[in-house]
Unconditional design. Structure first.
Length: 284
């Protein structure tokens, strides 16, 4: 009887259930009629496979010796497909029919990274802000909320909401010569995530040409949160054409510092080149 049982292919797992435990984890359970009927049956192993719904997605696997397994590190608000296979020794049964389960949506757990805020040439009352999109593992972002306040009046904060595909914005109506603190957070249908680190920027006192050394010093102060070697430290303002072309370009690399002996156009062209070579993100 036992020998015959070993020769047969293991049966399919039955009664597969997938229970949501959190926005990123589920508990998969099933039944195995042979192991339940015969306590003396040879030890059986179980493999659970799962993937995002869709034939192009790659399967992930978990192997266990009991009839339940916690599957974690899933993406919120995503439909997954699950199946179970029984194996005994070297013999493997068939995969069970698939069971589908969507993970619930959850409010973001992290803040957008690399928030960057720079004054705009020729406008003493505006700044350009850029940030990185939240990773896909945080689920679908519905909106980004950019908040800002004068450093000396932190309770007078204002917030602007942008659609979830946005990664750059221009903020107008600021006070010339004032230092502002900017922060950003992401939100979806389940709520808002945490605030990013604060970014501090000082606006120029008036819209004057960028060659004034006092303004360079002021802007260097404004960008104190950046390493002092950045070309941005010397260049508060882009030309209007560079701005319109590149307002949404992210510049993550650091360029070498600009020697003071050069003419005032030199750092500007360096900065434009840096912007043009940086990865582009088109504002939506």
């Amino acid at each position: 009887e036992m020998k015959k049982l070993e020769e047969e292919e293991p049966e399919e797992a039955k009664d597969i259930t997938v229970r949501v435990m959190s926005s990123q984890s589920v508990l998969v359970t099933w039944s195995d009629s042979i192991s339940e009927k015969q306590r003396t049956a040879p030890s059986r192993e179980y493999t659970v496979r799962y993937r995002e719904k869709g034939e192009s997605a790659r399967w992930d696997y978990k192997q266990v010796s009991n009839k339940r397994v916690l599957v974690d590190k899933l993406i919120p608000d995503t439909m997954y497909e699950f199946a179970v296979r029984i194996s005994q020794g070297e013999k493997e049964g068939k995969w069970s029919a698939s069971v589908y389960q969507r993970t619930p949506e959850a409010a973001p757990t992290s803040a957008p990274e690399n928030l960057d805020v720079l004054p705009i040439k020729g406008k003493a009352t505006s700044v350009a802000a850029t940030w990185d999109a939240l990773p896909e593992s945080e689920g679908r972002v519905k909106e980004y909320i950019l908040s800002y306040a004068p450093a000396l009046k932190p309770f007078g904060a204002k917030s602007i909401t942008y659609p979830g595909e946005t990664t750059s914005a221009i903020v107008d109506g600021l006070e010339p010569g004032e230092r502002y603190i900017f922060k950003i957070r992401a939100g979806n249908r389940r709520g808002q995530g945490p605030q990013s680190k604060a970014f501090s920027v000082v606006l120029p006192t008036t819209s004057i040409p960028e060659s004034k050394s006092s303004q360079l010093t002021r802007t260097e102060d404004a960008l104190e949160m950046k390493p002092s070697g950045n070309a941005e430290s010397f260049l508060p303002f882009q030309t209007s054409s560079a701005l319109s072309d590149n307002i949404s370009k992210h510049t993550s690399g650091h360029s070498s510092s600009v020697p003071h002996g050069r003419d005032s156009e030199s750092p500007l062209s360096d900065f434009k080149n840096k912007l043009l070579s940086g990865g582009g993100i088109i504002p939506k």
